[in-house]
Design a protein around this ligand. Structure first.
Ligand code: ARG
Length: 460
């Protein structure tokens, strides 16, 4: 006799290769804990509703708990012939407690079961990802606090633009990760509804209590349409898209860390623990960790595209195609979690070469805009001021001088509106500290944002 629970209708055994090809146990076994948790809640509901007896439910629950212990102890043989985690556990249950185990699947289908399992699993995993995001944000804030006096060149087009505080630059990433956390929490909140009770697609003929199951499992409520309940994977799409954005943000930070740790920038040193050497060039210290995270952003984006393509044009309700949702989803979870964890530690241990940053900020006429703003305050239209400063910069280039090094006479060749108070405006610190409005790079504005962010974190 076949061990397959659905063998009744069949006269021939499944082809061996087909069996392997269609099985998901190789990857969905990671859902075991949630599958058992969901089954326990379902069994208790069946008893409460008089669909099975209290004694039967107790045998089922005890059997499931003993299977959980076995799996965690590594004493469980997952069988490809039993296709997936749901049938592996159910078959084992029947083996262990006898035919009464066969009552567990009353009023349920693997279609609503798998929809439930993924939700329970993803809900927990998002919780962990949020905790890692939080750790990374804390590391960014700590570095920002330590670098409230570190001036660096701010760039547009990767050309020196205006000086900014390094703390300000780090806070830009803090903001990105704050929005990422918001997107993930929002996604988690939206899918926190129990799909169990949808059955295969149409609901069930048994007098179940879906709300009771939902309550036991910590859901905020139940889904409202059985067809939608078994065919919805929006939550996985939302999660994968929010995760792709997290990875994009990490890849931008990764790129900057790679540039900054090169000899040409020399703005930071990554801890040796996050770098490797070269087998041929003895001087090399390669920023492998940020490079790998930058590279891994590609697979997370790929996972999102795979899932979108998987769901596109699928007719209602369940289709076996949907078994393909798991690997991209699992890989996204693993990759995002690992990347956040490693970045949190790497940022915390990063050494900042403040003098080099300041020296670089002084190059490239980064305070030219401040001269133009000065002229505007003397009543000169901005366009004209721009032209005057453009000529001043050209003169500096010819003379090999920087703007603050010009004498007053030299300045006044370009505009008589320039007085000797110009020197108060063209230093790096003056330029930075003049930008005091909310969101600007002035020390006081950045300090305010750090304090606000610390408050935001402590309220989490
Ligand atoms: N392993 C399946 C999956 O992950 C479970 C649901 C199977 N349902 C079915 N009708 N074959 O999608």
């Amino acid at each position: 006799m076949s061990e397959k629970p659905w063998a009744g209708r069949f006269t021939q055994p499944t082809d061996k290769f087909v069996e392997e090809f269609t099985a998901s146990i190789g990857f969905d076994k990671r859902l075991y804990r949630y599958d058992i948790e969901g089954s326990i809640a379902h069994a208790r509901m069946l008893a409460k509703q008089g669909i099975v007896s209290a004694d039967e439910a107790e045998q089922i629950v005890a059997g499931l708990l003993s299977i959980l212990t076995d799996i965690e102890a590594g004493n469980f043989e997952f069988k490809v012939a039993l296709e997936d985690i749901h049938m592996n556990i159910e078959a084992r249950l029947i083996e262990r407690i006898g035919p009464v185990g066969g009552k567990l699947h009353t009023a349920r289908s693997r279609n609503d079961q798998v929809a439930l399992d993924i939700r329970l699993y993803l809900r927990d995993e998002i919780g962990e990802i949020l905790a890692w995001l939080d750790r990374l944000q804390q590391a960014l804030l700590t570095q920002a606090e330590a670098n409230l006096d570190t001036v660096m060149p701010g760039y547009t087009h990767l050309q020196t633009a205006q000086p900014v505080l390094f703390a300000h630059h780090l806070l830009a990433y803090y903001e990105m990760f704050q929005r990422d956390a918001g997107r993930l929490a929002d996604c988690q909140r939206r899918f926190n509804l129990s799909p169990l009770g949808a059955g295969a697609l149409a609901g069930t003929t048994f007098p179940i209590d879906r709300e009771f199951v939902a309550e036991q499992l910590g859901f905020a409520g139940v889904t409202r349409n059985s067809l939608d309940s078994v065919s919805d994977r929006d939550f996985a799409l939302e999660f994968c898209s929010a995760s792709a954005i997290v990875m994009i943000h990490l890849s931008r930070l990764a790129e900057e860390l790679i540039l900054w740790s090169s000899a040409d920038f020399a703005f930071i040193d990554l801890s040796d623990a996050f770098c490797t050497g070269s087998s041929i060039m003895p001087q090399k210290k390669n920023p492998d960790v940020p490079e790998l995270v930058r590279g891994k952003s590609g697979r997370v984006i790929g996972n999102l595209v795979a899932l979108l393509t998987l769901m596109k044009s699928l007719p209602l309700a369940y289709n076996k195609d949907m078994q393909e949702d798991k690997e991209p989803l699992f890989d996204t979870i693993d990759t995002v979690k690992g990347s956040l964890k490693i970045f949190a530690d790497m940022i915390a241990e990063m050494r900042v070469r403040q003098e080099n940053m300041r020296r670089a900020a002084a190059r490239g006429f980064s305070t030219a805009t401040d001269v133009a703003d000065y002229l505007v305050r003397q009543g000169i239209p901005f366009r004209q001021a721009h032209e005057i400063v453009g000529k001043t910069v050209r003169y500096c280039l010819e003379q090999g001088k920087d703007i603050p090094e010009l004498s007053l006479e030299e300045f006044r060749q370009f505009s008589a509106a320039i007085g000797d108070d110009i020197y108060q405006y063209v230093t790096l610190d003056a330029s930075v500290n003049a930008r005091t409005a909310t969101g600007g790079t002035a020390r006081e504005a950045v300090a305010r944002e750090i304090a606000r962010a610390r408050g935001e974190q402590s309220r989490k």
